[in-house]
Write a protein that binds this ligand. Structure first.
Ligand code: PGD
Length: 769
């Protein structure tokens, strides 16, 4: 027995789905040009044991009530009926809001959840908590936290605008001659975008550029960060700033820089030039200096630098570069190099950020925007930069710096998470466990028994997107997708919307303030009609809802396909000044200078990372771990799926290691190894390959955290989650972004027992007391 094919969508793109003998089957969407493989993880999920089937409460919380507890992640759970769960959760929210106030509730609730825009988990949570009086929120993202703060200082635009209005692939396809890809243009990352990606164009575009003879230079420790043949500059990780400055110095020293561009469009070139030439500190940032830091040959760097002036050059920096110590600097330096070459604002040239970091970058922006559930107003002003969450829980009342402000951590007593997995995305999971023991209550909504759910007090079984109707869309994807429910709900799961409606009814006397009297389909229709009205303003008639729903998608109006980043500014900088203090590109920022941060000087600068192969710590931990995005899943989502599992080695996450480093440690392909440093350790399956630079190992994020024995405090992860190793440290006092991409480690052959990975099993359950 099979049901008809239905239109659906995910962050990895649109697809068709149906039920065959009770199992989900998926197929390519007719509109998709370059499929993402990750929705291959969906088949076989409905019956998976990792599914949260019923509401559950940690026994310690049920017996002793709210309070700090080291039992999180250890205690068994008790499955309860919905009525009991609603009674207890509503009473707890009532207690916290009335006795402690909204400043004691943290609902930053970072995470990607599912693609649907109405059921968007955080919007649902935030809308609900705003009705109760608000919550402490988080700002910025784990993806692009440093850029979010530095870019407005330098270019005067919000980072989302920079991403949405990037120079389009069409312009690059026609005009670029040289692409300097710092951090590469990774096809695996370019297969996803929040809300969906019907067009998967990056791989095809890069291939077409290569076929046209465009010269690619890949600056990365991993060869497969670019899908086409290229000159591979296998630099030491985290030394891109030195390389960029070395290239700029060579160009300036040869008098080949575009001094007219620098004078007309930039602020602070004299200060940056003085730094480059070494007039202030006596250290010229020349090719020899850069070679010494990066491990790349000076003679080749010089030759490359001198080949660039006069060509149409795109300086592309990936988002991964800024997810590291002093992550602001490579991005600012990349802008500076594009300015030295005078390329900013020209077709196919200038500065690019994130081609290959997200499917959406380089596609034309949708003029209507995408539908979004209104969240209401949050009266609480207190916020944290998103990656400071564990610090906040550990240090209530402590002060810290952020973007020129001195902020104080609130005293959080209740944590509410809906649609994210902090035990996937946060750094230093051992330390996160300690922080997580401090609040009085932790609530998690998730369809799966992730490590975050296993570490909660109250677990709400959410439906997955396949079990509900919705709308999928991304602001750089020209299609709005109907997401049709494909299957009945699994177990006793409920939509987040229903859960918040019920809680609103108990806490506010009526669900009306939350629902506005609408059921889910009413909301979906309402969001669609808002889109129709916006499209009408662009003289773009959209079909009636029923027709759209039936067909499964509609095309939306987009900006011209030859959009250029800072094109209007270049054409007339006086008429179109940037929103920076000078109105120009800030290569030196007086405002950042006024903050006086040692870890973020006022112009692009090389600052030695705390952990890198050239530093003292490398004597003890001699390998540089790159903890990047996985290829077989999105973050930690559906790690138990077939595609994700096919990429594991010996049942654990795959660690890539260079043949020389493997030989020095007696490690062969398929061996189980231990990856360790001062913060923790994990097991992984070794893959010996020269696609990683010597001295570098790579272990992707997203393997579900599987600590060996939490009862004895042993956090060795049997599965290979790299965040047991990464440091929980902000990029700098300026942006306090996530630094999870890099850390120093050692790898040893594992000779102990090889216990089975249990990450995808449900937790222990106990009888109701
Ligand atoms: P996901 O695995 O996508 O990770 O971190 P994020 O928390 O977003 O988690 C989403 C969760 O939402 C899943 O558990 C999923 O089951 C759940 N979910 C799905 N649908 C629903 C729903 O409808 N309702 C509810 N309630 N839940 C749902 C990603 C983050 O990790 C990101 S964006 C980046 S870029 C960071 N990158 C790195 C890195 O490069 N290196 C390291 N070391 N660490 C990183 N962490 C960051």
């Amino acid at each position: 027995m099979s049901s008809p094919w239905r239109n659906h969508s995910s962050h990895g793109g649109a697809f068709l789905a149906r039920l065959v003998e009770g199992n989900v089957e998926v197929a390519a969407h007719p509109l998709d040009t370059g499929q993402s493989q990750i929705w291959g993880n969906l088949a076989g999920q409905l019956d998976h044991p990792a599914r949260v089937r019923r509401p559950a409460i940690r026994r310690g919380w049920l017996e002793q009530g709210p309070g700090p507890s080291a039992g999180r992640g250890v205690d068994p759970f008790v499955e309860v009926e919905w009525t009991e769960l609603f009674d207890l959760l509503a009473a707890e929210l009532e207690r916290v809001y009335s006795q402690l106030g909204p400043e004691s509730v943290f609902a930053g609730s970072y995470g990607w959840a599912s693609a649907g825009r109405f059921h968007h988990a955080q919007s649902q949570l935030h809308r609900f908590l705003n009705l109760l009086g608000g919550y402490v929120r988080s700002v910025n993202t784990y993806s692009i936290g440093a850029s979010a703060v530095i870019i407005p200082h330098v270019l005067g635009v919000d980072v989302s605008e920079l991403v949405q209005r990037a120079t389009t692939w069409e312009s690059i396809a026609e005009h670029s001659e040289v692409v300097l890809a710092f951090g590469g243009i990774s096809v695996k990352n370019a297969s996803v975008a929040p809300g969906g990606a019907t067009d998967h164009v990056a791989a095809g575009r890069v291939q077409a550029l290569h076929d046209r003879g465009v010269e690619f230079h890949l600056f990365a420790p991993l060869r497969d960060d670019l899908p086409v043949p290229a000159t591979w500059w296998a630099l030491r990780p985290a030394t891109d700033v030195a390389v960029i400055l070395g290239l700029a110095h060579t160009i300036v020293n040869a008098g080949q820089h575009d001094s007219v561009f620098l004078a007309r469009y930039c602020q602070g070139w004299p200060q940056l030039e003085a730094y480059l030439l070494g007039t202030i500190d006596g250290i010229p940032k020349d090719a020899d200096w850069a070679a010494n830091i990066s491990g790349l040959p000076a003679v080749d760097l010089r030759a490359l630098a001198l080949s660039l002036p006069g060509k149409r050059v795109l300086v592309q920096t990936s988002w991964s570069l800024q997810r590291a110590d002093h992550g602001e600097q490579p991005i600012w330096a990349g802008i500076a190099l594009a300015a030295v070459l005078g390329q900013i604002g020209l077709p196919g040239g200038g500065f690019g950020h994130g081609y290959g970091s997200m499917a959406s970058v380089g596609s034309a922006e949708v003029l209507t925007g995408v539908p979004a559930l209104p969240q209401g107003v949050n009266p609480v002003r207190t916020f944290i930069p998103v990656a400071r969450a564990a610090d906040m829980l550990r240090n209530p009342g402590a002060e810290y710096d952020y973007n020129g402000q001195r902020l104080t951590y609130p005293d959080v007593r209740l944590v509410y998470w809906c649609g994210g997995n902090p035990f996937h995305h946060h750094q230093d999971l051992g330390q996160l466990r300690q922080a997580w023991a401090r609040p009085e209550t932790i609530v998690v909504h998730d369809p799966w028994w992730t490590a975050a759910a296993k570490h909660a007090d109250i677990v709400i079984p959410s439906t997955t997107s396949l079990e509900r109707d919705d709308l999928g869309g991304n602001v750089n994807d020209r299609y709005l997708q109907a997401m049709h429910a494909v299957t009945p709900r699994v177990g006793a799961s409920r939509d987040d919307y229903e859960v918040f409606s019920e809680l609103a009814a108990r806490l506010l006397g009526s669900s009306e303030p939350f629902t506005e009297g609408r059921n889910q389909m009413d909301w979906i229709r309402q969001l669609y009609s808002g889109l129709v009205a916006r499209a009408n303003k662009h003289e773009w008639p959209l079909p009636p809802f029923a027709e759209f729903w039936d067909r499964g998608y509609v095309e939306l109006p987009t900006r011209p396909r030859d959009t250029l980043l800072l094109g209007r500014f270049r054409a007339d900088p006086l008429a179109n000044p940037l929103a920076t203090p000078s109105g120009r590109i800030e290569l030196y920022s007086e405002r950042i200078a006024s903050f006086g941060y040692d870890d973020c000087p006022p112009h692009p600068s090389w600052l030695e990372p705390r952990e890198w192969l050239g530093g003292p710590l490398a004597e003890h931990w001699p390998l540089h771990l790159v903890a990047n995005q996985p290829a077989g899943r999105l973050h930690s989502q559906l790690d138990m799926g077939a595609v994700s599992q096919s990429m594991k080695t010996s049942g654990r996450e795959t660690l890539r290691i260079h043949p020389d480093d493997a030989a020095a440690r007696g490690v062969s392909d398929g061996d189980v190894v231990q990856v360790l440093n001062d913060r923790g350790s994990c097991l992984a399956g070794a893959q010996v390959t020269d696609t990683v630079r010597a001295g570098v190992v790579q272990l992707p994020t997203g393997a579900w955290f599987d600590p060996r024995d939490l009862t004895s405090g042993d956090t060795l992860c049997l599965h290979g989650n790299p965040n047991v190793l990464t440091a929980d440290r902000g990029t700098s006092s300026l942006s306090q972004g996530c630094t999870g991409q890099h850390t120093l480690v050692e790898v040893v052959l594992w000779t102990g027992d090889t216990p089975e990975v249990r990450a995808h099993r449900p937790p222990l359950f106990a009888e109701h007391p």
